[in-house]
Every structure is written in structure tokens, then in C-alpha cells.
Ligand binder design. Structure first.
Ligand code: ZN
Length: 357
């Protein structure tokens, strides 16, 4: 009788090549192992703990394995990372009151007289709300007033967002975070959508893709942030390519062309021209094509084959074929397989970056 390895890596001897399958059970084990490490060890590299937790918990949800998670413990942990202003006056001090990336960024000065920035971050806040939504927490219970009121201060006059209140870069990534936060909280009072839209449109490059800031080279991640934000804000509809392009606010034919050209000969997607195929762009660019209703133009067979060369035999996915897996590329590998309609995977809200089912 064949053992597990034979089933998972069944080789077709006549052609001498192995036929790989999506290894759901091993992916669950990989995430479970990472989940068990997460609650302990608040030392060392824990600054982006919420982001890692987002990859693990949302990943388990996509894999239909959320029963491996202690939802109550996750909810309490995430809620403990929310930053709260002491009073109304503090809420208006220009700082952002969202979620901390981890416990260590909550440490304050022992000197009570010294005002210490709370360091909560738009990306951490996106991850916190995404996790809470994933484990079924009722987001209307969140004190969203302080989040949204202080988030408004992060929007710049050109419509872009900074992720924290001072000294940070501003670009499309944080416009996207603000759009997801508003969408999940079902309240758009924390951003000027019209200004954000104009900023996004100013980032579309001559070649059809989007750069992170106006004038910058087109990039897969930036293109996703642009298109997903426009979709979340209601400025574009699903299945855009089935509608008349003359009224569309973006240059759709050029965008479509740029995205489709990112599928390389090996079947994978590259983030920019002349770059190596990388697992995560199957989501960033595959997701854009999905939102536009153009996923039928993807060569799904070769994409699947490429992704499986990045699947680790220990579970998880690596960036490039044959390397060790990491949580980031594993997560986007799972999302890619969900979009490829792999059996036993939950489907995805592509624009939110989480499974909603
Ligand atoms: Zn990558």
C-alpha cells in the first residue's frame, strides 16, 4: 500500500516527472506549528506579531481549519493591542489610535509627565480587524470612533495616507489599509474617499500598472492596492471588463495588458517586468485580474504548476521554487489556490484579503 509520500508526491514513472498536489494537511500542520509558537515568547522579533497572526489565522480559515484556533484567546489578545486615548483632548492630538503591532510597541515611559507616542499603525490595525472578523468577532463592538477620527489625521492633502502620525512614508499601501479598515468597520468617516481616489488615479503609470506613489515604476503590490481600494470604495464595479470602458475612471485596457504580461513562461507571476516569478504575485496580480473579471485569461494550469514547485514538503510555500517556506509567501500561496478553486478551500474576498465564509 502506498504511504503518504507516495500519495502526495505520486510520480509518473513513464515520464519520469513527479506530479504534485496541493498538500492541504501539511499546510495546516505548518500553520498550527507557527500558531503554537505565537502566544509565547514576547521577546526578540515580535514587532510585527499581528501581521504574522493574520497570516496564520486567516490562512487556517482559507484551509478550512479554523477549529485549530482558540478563538476566545485570539480575540482577547488582539483587543489588548488596541490603543486608547485617555480622553477627548488626547484624541485630537494628531496621533493615531488604532492597534499596536505587538506588545513591545505598547511600552510607555515610566515618567508619567513625558508624552510618549502610542505607535499604533494602519497596517497593524488592518491585520487586527481582519483577524477579529475571521474568528467571528462582532466588529460593531469595537470602539471605532477613536480609530476613525484619528485615522482622518493620517490622510495627507494629496489624498494619500501615512501609517503613523509622524515621520513616515506615505503611499498606496496605506490608502489600501484605510479603505479596508473603513470597509470592515462599515464607516467611511475616517477618510476623504474622493481625495483618496484622485491620489490612486495619479499613481497609474504610462504602462497601465500602478506605482506606490505618482511617477514611480509599476509594481504588482501597488497595482493590487490601487484596484482593491477603488473596488472597496465603490468607484469600480466587479467584472469591470464586461462593461463599457469609456466611462471607466482607470485606463482598463492598458492595466489588463500590464497584468497579463506579468505571467511568465514558467507559469508564475512576476511583480515587475524582467523579474523572477514569485509566489506572492499570484495573489497580488492574480487578485487584480479576479476583481476586473479577467481571470479567465490566466493560464491556470501553468500557474498551478509553478506554485507547486514553491510548495514545501514541510508545508507552506516559499518565494521561489525549492526554498524554505515563510508565512508571508505561504499565505499568498493559499490565497492563490483559493482563487484557483482548489477543493476544500474557503473562497476569498479578494479585495479584503481574507476569506469571508
Ligand atoms: Zn514575494
Amino acid at each position: 500500500m502506498a504511504d503518504d509520500d507516495d500519495l502526495l508526491w505520486s510520480s509518473s514513472t513513464d515520464r519520469g516527472s513527479e506530479v504534485r498536489l496541493f498538500d492541504r494537511n501539511r499546510h495546516i500542520m505548518y500553520l498550527q506549528m507557527n500558531y503554537e509558537i505565537l502566544p509565547s515568547g514576547y521577546e526578540g522579533q515580535e514587532i510585527n506579531r499581528l501581521t504574522l497572526a493574520y497570516f496564520i489565522i486567516s490562512g487556517l480559515h482559507i484551509l478550512h481549519a479554523l477549529d485549530h484556533v482558540d478563538k476566545e484567546a485570539v480575540i482577547n489578545w488582539v483587543l489588548s493591542l488596541q490603543a486608547h486615548p485617555k480622553n477627548e483632548a488626547e484624541l485630537n492630538n494628531g496621533q493615531f489610535y488604532g492597534f499596536h503591532g505587538s506588545r513591545s510597541s505598547q511600552f510607555h515611559s515610566l515618567d508619567k509627565e513625558v508624552s510618549v507616542p502610542n505607535n499604533s499603525h494602519l497596517a497593524s490595525t488592518y491585520c487586527a480587524l481582519a483577524i477579529l472578523k475571521t474568528v467571528g468577532y462582532d466588529l460593531s463592538l469595537i470602539n471605532s470612533t477613536s480609530i476613525l477620527k484619528s485615522m482622518k489625521c493620517l490622510q495627507q492633502s494629496d489624498g494619500s495616507f501615512m501609517p503613523i502620525h509622524t515621520g513616515a512614508e506615505k503611499d498606496l499601501r496605506f490608502v489600501y489599509c484605510a479603505a479596508v479598515i473603513s470597509s470592515l468597520l462599515d464607516d467611511w468617516s475616517g477618510m476623504d474617499k474622493e481625495k483618496a481616489k484622485n491620489y490612486i488615479l495619479s499613481c497609474q503609470s504610462y504602462d497601465g500598472g500602478f506605482g506606490l506613489i505618482p511617477g514611480q515604476e509599476s509594481h504588482g503590490g501597488a497595482t493590487y492596492c490601487a484596484v482593491a481600494s477603488l473596488r472597496l470604495m465603490g468607484f469600480i464595479e466587479d467584472n469591470l471588463i464586461s462593461q463599457s470602458t469609456s466611462s471607466c475612471i482607470i485606463d482598463l485596457p492598458l492595466l489588463l495588458d500590464w497584468c497579463l504580461q506579468r505571467q511568465a513562461l514558467d507559469g508564475g507571476f512576476q511583480g515587475r517586468p524582467n523579474k523572477t516569478s514569485d509566489t506572492c504575485y499570484a495573489f497580488w496580480i492574480g487578485g487584480v485580474l479576479r476583481i476586473l473579471g479577467a481571470n479567465q485569461f490566466i493560464d491556470e494550469k501553468t500557474l498551478r504548476e509553478f506554485l507547486l514547485t514553491c510548495q514545501s514538503k514541510y508545508g507552506g510555500f516559499s518565494k521561489f521554487p525549492g526554498q524554505f517556506p515563510d508565512l508571508y509567501h505561504s499565505y499568498y500561496g493559499f490565497t492563490a489556490f483559493s482563487m484557483l478553486q482548489e477543493t476544500d478551500l474557503n473562497s476569498l474576498s479578494v479585495e479584503l484579503g481574507i476569506s469571508m465564509f
